[in-house]
Ligand binder design. Structure first.
Ligand SMILES: [Zn+2]
Length: 107
């Protein structure tokens, strides 16, 4: 069912600071720590986004389609969306660490 590089969701859960990841420029909430995981790519990765604050923009470059992720409110480039069969949603949001800020939850 899972591929070789399977994600350790349980360990993943324990290592995460809890909170909401917001746009580093305008502060719009974009991602939840509950949907963050270690994709082993070195980029913060999520398998879903929050509400309508993440805009998807289809890029057609080098004959290859990629989906660019932008902040809906300020247009900040966040990263890209990829297919990833290891996640519950079968996609992976590959995000630039500089474009998001964690707002820790108190609970
Ligand atoms: Zn923004």
């Amino acid at each position: 069912m899972f591929e070789n590089r399977k994600i350790d969701w349980q360990q993943n859960e324990q290592n995460q600071p809890k909170g909401v990841y917001a746009c580093s420029r305008c502060g719009s909430p974009l991602f939840s720590s509950d949907q963050k995981f270690d994709s082993k790519t070195g980029f913060p990765s999520f398998w879903a986004h929050l509400a309508e604050n993440v805009q998807q923009h289809l890029l057609e470059t080098y004959d290859r389609e990629r989906i660019q992720l932008l902040c809906y409110h300020c247009g900040l480039h966040l990263g890209h969306l990829f297919k990833d069969l290891r996640t519950p949603s079968q996609v992976r949001y590959c995000i630039n660490a500089d474009s998001i800020r964690l707002q820790p939850s108190s609970s």
